[in-house]
Design a protein. Structure first.
Length: 157
């Protein structure tokens, strides 16, 4: 794993999404970690799910503890057959919401997906999906962004 905690968390989110059992997501996809979600329109002929580590904010909760919030953005992108067609956009919107719901739920056996095992990061906030970027829709590109905030705590002595 990388030395960056934020990048490690993004990698864990990718692994979590990609390990979902068959039928969890429709349509199916393979999430990819990127540093920016900029893809060519031609590459968006198939659904793209990009996981992007974006920021880290630290709070000094005591002399010995630092809480860090790591924002991970999940981009759902797809080239549309026709601009602003609800018949095509509505299912993609539901799909993006399903990703957020999946991250916030448990795995069916009582184990929460909100706590990532390797980084010991815990999902504390979920925003989005933010939808309908006018400029992208005019280019026939659907783009939704979900922000997942994971919190870690470090102790210094």
């Amino acid at each position: 794993m990388s030395a960056s905690v934020t990048v490690n968390i993004a990698d864990e989110v990718v692994a979590l999404l990609n390990s979902a059992s068959g039928g969890t997501f429709t349509p199916t996809f393979t999430a990819t970690r990127r540093y920016a979600p900029y893809l060519t329109l031609a590459s968006l002929a198939t659904l793209a799910v990009s996981v992007v580590p974006t920021s880290k904010d630290q709070t000094f909760s005591s002399r010995e503890h630092i809480d860090a919030d790591h924002d991970i953005k999940i981009y759902v992108q797809k080239l549309l057959a026709k601009a602003q067609d609800p018949a095509e956009i509505d299912p993609l919107t539901l799909f993006a919401e399903t990703i957020g719901d999946y991250l916030a739920s448990d795995d069916g056996s009582g184990t929460s997906r909100r706590l990532l095992a390797t980084s010991n990061a815990s999902l504390t906030k979920l925003s989005g999906p933010v939808l309908f970027v006018k400029e992208l829709l005019e280019q026939q590109e659907f783009s939704a962004v979900i922000t997942a905030t994971y919190t870690t705590q470090r102790t210094f002595r």
